[in-house]
Design a protein around this ligand. Structure first.
Ligand SMILES: NC(=O)c1ccc[n+]([C@@H]2O[C@H](COP(=O)([O-])OP(=O)(O)OC[C@H]3O[C@@H](n4cnc5c(N)ncnc54)[C@H](OP(=O)(O)O)[C@@H]3O)[C@@H](O)[C@H]2O)c1
Length: 279
């Protein structure tokens, strides 16, 4: 359990990343300090793999889940699993109180939605923004006082490569993620004087996580008749198994880089398709 109040300092250096330690390019923990990362949405997919990777590399990990499942990750003295629903202020407050000081926040929790706009209720759009956009803003706001006071810390927001290119049936989802890109790049400017960093990870399409099924279920069978053949043609055009895709591990590595490499760019595409889209 992390009880340390002596945080790392982050300095630019040419150190080669050490794959099995908390020390990495540009990230120099203070002597005796094991840095702590808090990751949202660790019950599956990218969040679960990112938690695993930070544990493997010697960090203290606070893996948060709406419904904590203790057996998903290997047992470790450096692992804590805490309940967190990013849409609820009381849940955020309780989680951060329990977490204590942290060095990095990864806003990964998110939900998808695949539907024509005319088949999307405003209630569904609000719910999506509550998680993807306002959840990220709320979590960021909640950790900033400790980062600013310590003049150290990094917030990594997981958005999507769909923000790089307009795609049909993803209007509300893309809007929720583009908003996070703009939010992150703007707030990064006001945090730079306090040595607090913000970064974006933009994953490509990862068919192996639960995300696609969740997004499709949000169609709710409500495709208006006028869009039926269009929707069918979009599904028929979904790239086959040989197309470039993203693996969950690609995203975990990109998150690691975003947290530990002070020289990493603001936007880090994750996965072969995302890298291709970013040009
Ligand atoms: N997979 C893709 O193709 C893809 C591509 C680009 C970007 N992304 C983004 O990557 C992130 C992770 O996606 P993934 O593929 O790993 O999907 P996933 O397997 O569906 O995981 C999403 C995670 O978010 C959690 N979550 C949902 N609503 C939450 C809330 N209100 N509070 C806290 N946690 C919540 C889920 O928890 P529960 O188990 O409680 O639902 C789950 O742990 C998302 O932000 C997504 O938008 C995904």
């Amino acid at each position: 359990m992390s009880t340390s109040t002596a945080p790392h300092t982050m300095t630019a250096s040419n150190t080669t990343p050490a794959s099995a330690s908390a020390t990495s390019a540009g990230f120099t923990p203070a002597p005796g300090h094991t840095p702590t990362v808090l990751i949202t949405g660790c019950s599956s997919g990218f969040g679960l793999d990112a938690a695993r990777l930070f544990l493997d590399r010697g960090w203290q990990v606070i893996a948060t889940m709406r419904t904590p499942q203790p057996d998903l990750l290997p047992r470790s003295e450096r692992l804590r699993i805490l309940p967190l629903d990013v849409t609820r202020e009381d849940s955020i407050e309780a989680c951060l109180r329990e977490a204590g000081p942290i060095d990095a926040l990864v806003n990964n929790a998110g939900v998808g939605m695949l539907a024509p706009l005319e088949g999307t209720s405003l209630a569904a759009a609000r719910e999506l923004f509550q998680t993807n956009t306002l959840g990220t803003i709320a979590m960021t706001q909640a950790v900033l006082p400790q980062f600013r006071e310590r003049r150290a810390g990094v917030v990594v927001n997981v958005t999507s490569a769909v923000t790089l290119k307009p795609l049909p049936l993803l209007s509300v989802y893309t809007a929720s993620k583009v908003a996070v890109n703009a939010f992150t790049e703007s707030v990064a400017l006001e945090l730079a004087p306090f040595d607090v960093r913000m970064r974006l990870v933009l994953p490509g399409r990862a068919p192996t996580t639960r995300f696609g099924a969740n997004a499709q279920s949000r169609m709710g069978g409500s495709v208006p008749e006028a869009y039926a053949s269009f929707v069918q043609s979009v599904f028929a055009g979904v790239p086959g198994t040989k197309a470039l895709t993203t693996q969950s591990e690609d995203v975990a590595e990109a998150v690691w880089r975003a947290v530990t490499d002070v020289d990493a760019p603001m936007r880090i595409p994750a996965g072969a398709d995302a890298v291709a889209m970013a040009g």
